[in-house]
Design a binder for this molecule. Structure first.
Ligand SMILES: O=C(O)CCC(=O)C(=O)O
Ligand SMILES: [Fe+2]
Length: 322
């Protein structure tokens, strides 16, 4: 079994600061001085040929796509709003999670196994068992408190993205609009095609491209809250190059659904949080619901009343900071 020795070098890391030698390539390099976004060297690569095969199979076999979507009828698994909506994110996604995978009937699992699904699920299983725990421990060092107890159920989502050139707005540069992820951390594998950009925390509106072949770890709002602001979260977006297909594979980890989102015991917040947060009125489940609506609007999967439209991050910032 491969072991992941992930060590974080960060200004806030107290003991255990990892000092790569001159000849050694760092396991983790931070992508910006003011956020916890990092490029990591992991001993696993995403199966992009299987990912391409699964998307292409589902685009051309409407019966299999319908069967897959039927396991989660509320929102579906394969999301293709970009085929008809020019103003939403111009991408297609397959959203899986351990819970949803468990609902795929054996016959469908078997028939999709050879069209990429098996390799994809093996990849996400390896990632969750061999890498997620050590990333969480590393983030605990930055947070100054143990994050593992709040993540005992491994509340994860597995997302495949296809920034396909053939969408309603084929010339649009908008692959994925600017946002901060809601959970604790996200691991993004890219197929070598650039497009992912991180916002400079000190210069809002200024975007720094991540190398197309980097594996990137980003932190999200839940990490910011649990760590009392010691962990910061990078806003990011994906820009398309018209005519160029880009694939990514993303693992999201969030706290357990019943975890109260407030700074963990013993942490002194770096800046004041709202009373709503400090009184412990919001748990992961509620927080996800608040964010989810706007998220789906941006991705084209939910309509909104005109007055509700604003940015996701502004709303969260209002909710969590004093
Ligand atoms: O595709 C990517 O590189 C990033 C996707 C992303 O940020 C997201 O789905 O939250
Ligand atoms: Fe994201």
């Amino acid at each position: 079994m491969a072991t992941a020795q992930i060590t974080v070098s960060h200004p806030l890391t107290t003991p255990n600061v990892y000092q790569p030698s001159a000849t050694e390539c760092p396991i983790i390099s931070l992508l910006g001085p003011n956020s916890t976004a990092a490029s990591v060297r992991l001993d696993v690569s995403a199966p992009f040929s299987a990912i391409r095969t699964l998307f292409d199979h589902l685009y051309t076999h409407a019966d299999d796509a319908a069967k897959l979507n039927a396991i989660y009828p509320r929102r579906g698994i394969l999301k293709t709003a970009a085929t008809i909506k020019a103003s939403s994110d111009q991408k297609f996604t397959i959203d899986l999670s351990p819970k949803r995978v468990a609902l795929i009937p054996a016959s469908l699992q078997q028939s999709l196994a050879g069209h990429g699904l098996k390799d994809i699920l093996d990849f996400f299983n390896t990632l969750s068992t061999e890498y997620v725990p050590s990333i969480l421990s590393s983030l605990s060092i930055i947070a100054g408190a143990d994050l593992t107890a709040a993540h005992s159920t491994y509340n994860m989502n597995f997302r495949l993205c296809d920034y396909n050139p053939v969408t309603a707005a084929s010339g649009s540069l908008n692959g994925c609009g600017a946002h901060t992820d809601y959970g604790t951390f996200t691991i993004i594998f890219q197929d070598g095609t650039p497009g992912l950009e991180l916002e400079d925390a000190d210069a809002p509106g200024s975007w720094v491209p991540a190398p197309g072949d980097a594996t990137v770890i980003l932190t999200g709002w839940c990490a910011v809250i649990l760590s009392g602001g010691r962990i910061t979260a990078a806003r990011h977006r994906v820009r398309r190059t018209p005519g160029v297909r880009r694939l990514s594979a993303v693992l999201f980890l969030a706290p357990d659904l019943n975890v109260t989102l407030r700074p963990l015991g013993g942490i002194k917040p770096t800046q004041p949080f709202s009373e709503t947060i400090m009184r412990g009125e919001i748990d992961t489940k509620v927080f996800k619901e608040v964010m989810g609506k706007r998220w789906r609007y941006r991705e084209g999967n939910e309509e909104m009343e005109g007055h509700e439209v604003g940015t996701q991050d502004d709303e969260i910032a209002k909710l969590i900071w004093a």
